[in-house]
Design a protein around this ligand. Structure first.
Ligand SMILES: [Zn+2]
Length: 285
């Protein structure tokens, strides 16, 4: 009886937001939109083949756009600081700050001890989707990346080599000219571009459903620091049925990079410095 009353009382407590973001410096989207119009020009175009990945560089102050081009396709995005591969995208803290799915104005934060914005979402043609009745939405930071280890465990020992984790490992190994083992060590949890996901209300399990993405849809970012991006065209295709196999219809993804023009005016903006916490962790008390 007491347990029942206790449960009822506790379950009625209102949620408390863990990280109120009122004090989080907000990106100036009007300024970024001016930069996009006046300061940059297209400098590269990369096609990511289905069930494969590619890396690309974006200078700070530039932009990159990921576009669905031939059919509904989900992409798994990694980011690294160009000059320091140890500084990489931190999906967990990004989720804690902005929520389960990213849209315009949200930022992709980097790992400790750097913890600073790496990229800011400036355009999202799927923002109309919102949150569906199952709690699903688009562009999540709740999934990890499909990988051969989980697949091995769940499939009684099968090996599949074109999961996003492996695709990114091959791309990073080739881009940085490092061993696959070293490359695998810096591949990290992703932003699931275009993927429609959520957690089931009854069991709390991670779910996916067919992505609403159509050819021409895109997600665009402003590079807050010098970046290397890695993008995998997931073997799940639109992720309506399964991944970790060759069963789904898959399509390429397009990445376009826009770099600052010579003499472009960035005087009203500063690239965010690494986090200024002193890293003494109480040892000097
Ligand atoms: Zn995948």
């Amino acid at each position: 009886m007491m347990d029942e009353m206790d449960r009822e009382a506790h379950q009625k407590l209102p949620p408390v937001i863990c990280y109120p973001v009122d004090t989080l410096p907000a990106p100036d989207l009007n300024l970024l939109s001016r930069f996009r119009a006046e300061n940059v020009e297209k400098s590269a175009e990369i096609i990511v083949p289905p069930r494969d990945a590619r890396c690309f560089e974006v200078p700070q102050g530039g932009f990159f756009r990921i576009t669905s081009i031939e059919g509904p396709q989900v992409g798994d995005l990694n980011l690294w600081s160009r000059d320091n591969k140890n500084e990489k995208f931190y999906s967990g803290k990004t989720r804690a700050l902005h929520g389960t799915h990213l849209t315009i104005g949200h930022q992709m934060w980097s790992s400790f001890p750097y913890l600073r914005p790496m990229a800011t979402v400036v355009a999202n043609t799927l923002s109309w989707y919102g949150i569906d009745p199952h709690g699903g939405s688009v562009h999540d930071v709740i999934g990890t990346r499909c990988d051969p280890y989980t697949h091995h465990v769940l499939s009684a020992g099968q090996n599949y080599h074109h999961c996003c984790h492996s695709n990114l490992t091959r791309a990073v190994s080739s881009y940085y000219d490092i061993s696959p083992l070293d490359a695998e060590g810096i591949v990290h949890d992703v932003l699931n571009v275009f993927m429609c996901t959520g957690f089931t209300r009854d069991t709390g399990q991670y779910f996916m459903k067919a992505s609403p993405v159509r050819p021409g849809d895109y997600l665009e970012f402003f590079a807050e620091i010098d970046l290397i991006g890695g993008l995998s065209a997931c073997p799940g295709g639109d992720c309506s049925s399964q991944h970790s196999s060759d069963a789904a219809q898959c399509y390429p993804l397009l990445v376009e990079v826009y770099s600052p023009k010579a003499g472009a005016d960035y005087s009203l903006w500063q690239s965010p410095p690494p986090n200024r916490y002193d890293q003494t962790h109480g040892l000097s008390d």
